[in-house]
Design a protein around this ligand. Structure first.
Ligand code: ZN
Length: 52
């Protein structure tokens, strides 16, 4: 409880603010782009489907 839990929450919070990922270059994205702004790939997926 307390500080340790809060640190864990922030560490996991990245998937909350960047819920999408480019499957080609691995870029974490805050919105689901039609194409990746980093590499131009169209293979953008929600991280909640590919994590774990
Ligand atoms: Zn990409």
């Amino acid at each position: 409880m307390g500080v340790l839990d809060r640190t864990t929450w922030f560490a996991r919070g990245d998937t909350e603010t960047h819920p999408y990922r480019c499957m080609s270059c691995g870029a974490d994205l805050s919105v689901q782009y039609h194409s990746c702004p980093e590499c131009g790939s169209y293979d953008i997926r929600a991280t909640k489907w590919i994590d774990e």
